[in-house]
Every structure is written in structure tokens, then in C-alpha cells.
Design a protein around this ligand. Structure first.
Ligand code: SF4
Length: 752
């Protein structure tokens, strides 16, 4: 094996991994006395919530692809390990699919709706009819589809492409819907089209494309189970992708060492009670072997220290580096020049910790790095990703079994949305917008595809704020609650002449007064649409979810993929040939032709059918998309994110929620008590002369937010709060390279 280090390194100082089988979390059964999820109670709640349609709920679970996070199971099974695949997040989202239509009279008073929480709005029921609202109206009025489409078509004909905005979210949305949505935007002449992936993993796509030539996870989820070393950096998969805890229990049995590098010690990663594994369900399983507590934004410094030590040990894979990469010597020179003192100060960790994890990496024969928004949602998110790539290239830990980089996605649709071209800079299949690519796409689609420079989400919102957007089409999504600086976002949305919200339920973004007119368009869920639909999981697996009978038609709701087609055909009847799809299978047939990377999607017809684009490993046969087929090391200056004297670095976290949908106010995994908790280290709380539970005012130049201090094992000098509640103090800024928003800010904290 090229990178076998066993005979090169000094005698190991590191013990064997902790095996999960023998390491129960607590002798007290069912985690009594511990902060942990209450699976049984939550399941009972779900049964009660769905009691009017339990048979349909069961069919969704059994036949559908989960519309929650990005693991993409087939019904109640997956491709990673044996056994049941389900979690309470999925169960809690079920009601969105089973609930009946709302009474349109509920929407007749917009002020009343504005006083409701998002959960209360969602619980009103499914949106059944197109609805229209104009400033000065008391509320929404029902209109026919023809009337709604007519209004939209007229507006689009009068709106220049650069004054349009098209934005899609990812909860439950299928690849087919993304494809028709982005095709429709292009047919209307604009590249101002973007996806909520901009908010979570745009930095991943930018960083991976630049260094290895492909902006997607390089390995499969299976790689986590049995790799020598699993690095979890800037992630809390226990909360956001709960079934991965089952994978970790299995990984521990096979000897995987789990190292967590985070700002907060996440209790769920430390130990977990997996309900479908009997011993774990009763006594829990200890999962984490090593924990390193970094500063918010200190990851590049930490990984640089790790790599510095790998090179000091002579553990780099010289053969792989010579044959497959470029830029190694420059990186080595840079690492030599970085002092340990500097790395310690920026990372907030000790040289010993950097050397420790560096040595683990040097000794491992295989390693997988899983990361999330703790790395990407920074103004240097792309560099964070490049730093992970540096590590893996140094030891040739890519493109082979149990090795790879696994940025994990939070939504069922988000991986596919980008790949299907919901992006201002790429077309379906991932080709960059260019004269040549657009000419080819124009020939395939039968209309002229624009080459204009398009706007991503943050610039689109800023353009709206500047009064430069007249038409904004939202498919799903709740920009008001997901973007930083909600006041500015609300004003921006209010300045747009026509706003369309296509969705299955009502949310707060739909209640902002428009410049001229606001139109709600009712969509079907992914389980109701004729011809079924596909979604792409975080491991690049495109999976078919069939139309599942059993839910009565909700009013006049239409398939998500069909609505943009009807909008385009109304705006320009000459485009009927390009958009008149009889059902979703016709779209898949076209995608198989126009998106070479999705070849095979047209063959998916039965529940659970799947195809994994790129195979189990990307880059297994080299770096074909890179110049001279060589991956690129990146020279990085570790950026410092320390708050100025007297301030704190606020970073965001997720709790019992799915995106901006709050499932429960209490974060059972971590011991958080409410959504206005501000996590602070106990020593820092004492230094402020305050105590746990004290009310505080959190503020900076951008805004103010009121919170309650909670003592948590978090890095001193850093505080953490639930997103999106703390968004008022997060400015609307972004990583300039990927245009991903930066969800961190320096704040003042004062007792109230
Ligand atoms: S872990 Fe994710 S994909 Fe799996 S059931 Fe839960 S929400 Fe769905």
C-alpha cells in the first residue's frame, strides 16, 4: 500500500480506538438522568399528529425517499448498513405530507397571519388554491390558475432578465422540479437563479472544484463505517443527520477511531442512544474517541498544524503527491514558515493537540473527513474546504475504499438542486455558463440560453433592496428566516413588484407586503406528483420516489415541476414544445440526454431504484477534470476570527429543527432549554459576574437580539446561538469566492 506508514513512524503513542460494543454510555437504562432525545415519546406524538391518515403516513415511510435530510434512504432501508433507517426528524416532517387542505378563509386576514409563528402557519394545513394579495388588501383572495398564470405571464413579458430573481429551496423538492425551474428561468432570459445550497455548501462546491475538479463528496456513506479514522469537523451529525449515529455505532464495532473537532462539545457526538439497536437503545453507545475544541474559524490553523506534523513525521504519500498533484512544495514552504505559537493562538488549540490528531492521521491507513456548515459558513469557507483537501491529498486519502471527503448535506433535495443547474453560474449537469456551453444547451432546449452574469442569493437580495428586482419567484423557501439580517431581507422583498411563492404550506416570507402583488401557488408534495420524482443524496445517489396513492387531492395543488412550465408557456406560448411535459418520466428522459453526469436517471422507475453518479468514489482514476489531471494543493494563510477585545465571536447552531422549521424548542441532545439560549462557557459566565439563565442583550452595529445565557462546554471567547433566531445580529456578508453567507459575527453582550 502506497501510504502504509507502519514501518516509517516512531513507536505509536496512540491507543487503539474505543470499540462501541463494549462502551456503553450509561449503566442507567434509557439514559435516565442524561440529556438525550425522547424517541418513544416523540414517536407517540407523531402517531397522534397523523392519526387521521396513518395508513398513508406508513406508505410514505415504507415506499418514499425521505424528504428530510440528505441520506436518501429507500423507504425504511438504506445502502449503508442493515436494519431500519428512520429518525424522529423524518417522522416529525410527515405531517406536512399527510395534513389536509387549509380553509382559504384562514388567509383572509393578513395581520392575523403575521401574528402567528411559522409552526402555527404550517399547521393551518396545505395550501389548496392560488391566492393573490395586493398592498391595502385585508388578506389573500382566491383566484383561478388561469388568472394567476395570466398575471405572472404579463409581468414576465414586461420584466427585463436582469430585473428577475428565481430562488428555490430544497425541502422535498425533486430533481425534476429543479430542472424545469432552472430551464424556465433560462427560457425567460435570465441567469438570476439560485438555490438554498448557496447558504450551506456553496463553499464546498467552490473549494472542491478548484482543487480536485469536482464539487461533490468524493466517497460514499459506507466509507464512514470501518475507516481507520473518521474526522468530524464543524459538524453535528447527531442532530442534523441522526441515522449517521447508527453508522457510527457500527463503525466503532469495526475499530474506527472517531475524532471530533468543534467549537462546542456536542453531547450527541460524545454518546448516543440508537433506538433501533437494542443495546444502544437501552444503555447508549460512546462514540467519540478524541475531542479538540477549536476557536470559531480556527480550523485552517488547526489543520495546518496537523499537516505540519504529518510532514514532520515524513508520513506524506510521496508517490501519490508526485504522480497526482501540484503545489505541494509551495504548501510545505508555507507550513515550515508558520510558527506553532501562531497556529496555537489562531486555532485556540495546543501544539500537542495538533500533533496528536496529525499523528492519528499519519498512522491511519484510511480516513474519511465529514464536515458541515461549521466549515463552510465563513467568509473564508472556500479556504476551509481547501484545507481539508490539503490533508487528504497529503496522504493520498482519496478515491479509494474508506477514504474521502464527505461534506454532508442537510436537505433531501439540495445536492441535486445544484447539479440540476439551479445556479447563476452553471447549467444542468454542472457545465459552467459560457458562450460555448450555452450554445450547446440552446440547441438541446430549442431556445436561446442566456450568457449574462447571473446573481446568486445574497447579491439578489441586495439588488432587491436597491430596487433593481421587479419579479421574484420563490419555490419553497423562507428567505426572511434563513438569510442573515432579516430586517434588510424583509425590506428587500417588499420592494419587489411581483413576488411568487410556490409551496405546500404558508410561511412568514409570504406575508411581507409586496411592491405590487403577491401570488401564492399551491404545489403537491414529492409523494403526490404524477410520474414520481427523484432526489440526489449526499453520496451522489439519485433515487426514485414513486407517486404514493392515498392522499386526497389537495384543492387545485399542482406538481412542483409543472408550475414553472405553465408559467413559461403562458409568458411565451411559442415555448410549448420545450415545456409541455406529460409527466415526470418525460423530464427524466430529457435529463438523461442533456445532463451526461445524470445518465441513467431515465431508467429509474420503481420505488428505491437508484444510480450513484461517479460511482462509489470520485477521483478513483485520477483527477480527470483538472489541468494535467493533477489535484491542487492550496497555500493558505490561517485566518483569525478572534473577536475584538470586550466582544464575543457569535456562531450559529441548529437544534431540534429542520432548516427554519422548528420541531421542538428544547434541544434534547445538548441540554439546551429554549430557542433564545446563548451558549457560553461557564468560566466566561462567571467572569461576566452572571449566572446560568441570566437575560442578556446581544448587539452589534447590525442589530440586537435578547437571549438567556446557558452554561455549555463551548470554547471560551466564543458564544453560540440558535439559527435563525439570532440572525438579527448577523450581517448580510459572504465568502467572496463562493458567495455563501457568513453566519458569524462579533457581538457585545450585556446583562439586561
Ligand atoms: S437521517 Fe435524514 S434521511 Fe434518514 S430518516 Fe432522518 S431525516 Fe430522513
Amino acid at each position: 500500500m502506497a501510504n502504509d506508514t507502519s514501518d516509517k513512524l516512531p513507536a505509536p503513542t496512540i491507543g487503539p480506538p474505543v470499540k462501541g460494543e463494549n462502551n456503553i454510555a450509561s449503566p442507567m437504562p434509557f439514559g435516565l438522568g442524561h440529556d438525550k432525545p425522547h424517541h418513544i415519546i416523540e414517536m407517540a406524538e407523531v402517531m397522534w399528529e397523523n392519526r387521521d391518515n396513518l395508513a398513508y403516513a406508513w406508505r410514505i415511510l415504507n415506499q418514499g425517499v425521505c424528504d428530510g435530510c440528505s441520506l436518501g434512504p429507500k423507504g425504511l432501508r438504506d445502502d449503508v448498513i442493515d436494519g431500519i433507517h428512520v429518525c424522529t426528524s423524518r417522522l416529525k416532517l410527515l405531517r406536512m405530507n399527510t395534513q389536509p387542505a387549509l380553509d382559504p378563509a384562514e388567509l383572509a386576514d393578513i395581520e392575523r397571519l403575521r401574528r402567528m409563528s411559522n409552526k402555527e402557519l404550517q399547521d393551518l394545513g396545505r395550501l389548496p388554491y392560488p391566492m393573490v394579495y395586493r398592498p391595502g388588501d385585508k388578506g389573500f383572495s382566491r383566484v383561478s390558475w388561469d388568472a394567476a398564470l395570466g398575471l405572472i405571464g404579463d409581468k414576465l413579458r414586461d420584466t427585463a432578465p436582469e430585473r428577475q430573481g428565481w430562488f428555490a429551496s430544497s425541502k422535498g423538492i425533486t430533481n425534476e422540479s429543479y430542472y424545469t425551474f432552472t430551464k424556465a428561468a433560462r427560457a425567460m432570459g435570465t441567469n438570476n437563479v439560485d438555490l438554498c445550497a448557496r447558504l450551506c455548501h456553496a463553499a464546498t462546491v467552490a473549494g472542491l472544484k478548484r482543487t480536485i475538479g469536482v464539487g461533490a463528496p468524493t466517497c460514499s456513506l459506507k466509507g464512514m463505517v470501518g475507516t481507520d479514522l473518521l474526522l468530524l469537523i464543524g459538524t453535528n451529525i447527531a442532530n442534523n443527520q441522526p441515522v449517521t449515529m447508527k453508522y457510527l455505532v457500527e463503525a466503532k464495532k469495526r475499530g474506527t477511531r472517531v475524532v471530533v473537532i468543534n467549537t462546542t462539545l456536542e453531547r450527541g457526538l460524545e454518546r448516543y442512544w440508537v433506538p433501533s439497536m437494542p443495546v444502544s437503545a437501552v444503555f447508549g453507545t460512546r462514540l467519540m474517541d478524541d475531542f479538540v475544541q477549536v476557536n470559531a474559524g480556527g480550523d485552517i490553523a488547526f489543520m495546518s498544524g496537523m499537516l505540519k506534523h504529518v510532514l514532520a513525521l515524513g508520513a506524506e504519500d510521496t508517490e501519490f503527491i508526485a504522480e497526482h498533484t501540484t503545489g505541494f512544495d509551495e504548501l510545505k514552504t508555507k507550513l515550515d514558515a508558520l510558527s506553532w505559537e501562531e497556529l496555537e493562538q489562531i486555532s485556540g488549540t495546543s501544539r500537542r493537540e495538533m500533533e496528536w490528531v496529525g499523528e492519528l492521521f499519519a498512522r491511519a491507513q484510511s480516513a474519511v473527513t465529514v464536515y458541515s456548515m461549521g466549515l463552510t459558513q465563513h467568509r473564508f469557507g472556500t479556504e476551509n474546504v481547501e484545507s481539508v483537501v490539503n490533508l487528504h491529498l497529503s496522504r493520498g486519502m482519496i478515491g479509494r475504499d474508506f477514504c474521502g471527503i464527505l461534506p454532508i448535506r442537510g436537505h433531501s433535495g439540495v445536492q441535486g438542486g445544484g447539479e440540476c443547474g439551479v445556479s447563476p453560474t452553471t447549467l444542468p449537469g454542472g457545465r459552467k455558463v459560457s458562450e460555448e456551453a450555452c450554445a450547446e444547451m440552446s440547441a438541446l432546449w430549442g431556445f436561446e440560453v442566456p450568457t449574462m452574469k447571473g446573481l446568486s442569493t445574497v447579491p439578489m437580495v441586495k439588488a432587491a433592496y436597491a430596487g433593481e428586482i421587479d419579479f421574484l419567484y420563490n419555490v419553497g423557501g423562507n428567505l426572511l428566516h434563513t438569510m442573515p439580517d432579516p430586517d434588510r431581507v424583509a425590506e428587500a422583498m417588499g420592494r419587489v413588484g411581483m413576488r411568487i411563492h410556490q409551496d405546500i404550506v404558508v410561511n412568514a416570507s409570504m406575508l411581507i407586503d409586496p411592491g405590487e402583488v403577491l401570488i401564492l401557488l399551491p404545489a403537491q408534495t414529492r409523494y403526490e406528483q404524477r410520474g414520481g420524482g427523484t432526489s440526489t443524496s449526499t453520496e451522489r445517489r439519485i433515487r426514485f420516489s414513486p407517486e404514493i396513492p392515498g392522499h386526497p387531492q389537495v384543492g387545485e395543488a399542482r406538481p412542483e415541476w409543472e408550475i414553472p412550465c405553465q408559467i413559461v408557456m403562458t409568458a411565451n406560448p411559442d415555448l410549448k414544445d420545450a415545456f409541455g411535459y406529460p409527466d415526470a418520466q418525460d423530464i427524466r428522459n430529457e435529463m438523461g440526454e442533456t445532463m451526461p453526469v445524470y445518465k441513467g436517471i431515465e431508467t429509474l422507475r420503481k420505488a428505491g431504484d437508484s444510480v450513484q453518479w461517479g460511482g462509489p468514489h470520485l477521483c478513483a482514476d485520477g483527477f480527470k477534470n483538472m489541468p494535467e489531471e493533477r489535484a491542487r494543493f492550496t497555500v493558505l494563510d490561517p485566518p483569525s476570527r478572534l473577536a475584538p477585545e470586550g466582544q464575543w465571536m457569535l456562531t450559529t447552531r441548529r437544534g431540534k429543527q429542520f432548516n427554519s422549521i422548528i420541531i421542538k424548542s428544547k434541544d434534547h441532545l445538548q441540554g439546551g432549554r429554549d430557542r433564545d439560549d446563548l451558549y457560553m462557557n461557564p468560566g466566561d459566565i462567571a467572569n461576566l459576574g452572571l449566572s446560568d439563565g441570566a437575560r442578556v442583550r446581544v448587539h452589534n452595529d447590525h442589530g440586537e437580539w435578547h437571549a438567556r445565557l446557558r452554561s455549555m462546554p463551548i470554547k471560551p471567547g466564543v458564544v453560540q446561538a440558535y439559527w435563525p433566531e439570532c440572525n438579527p445580529v448577523i450581517p448580510l456578508e459572504m465568502d467572496p469566492r463562493s458567495e455563501e453567507p457568513d453566519y458569524n459575527a462579533a457581538v457585545h453582550i450585556e446583562a439586561m
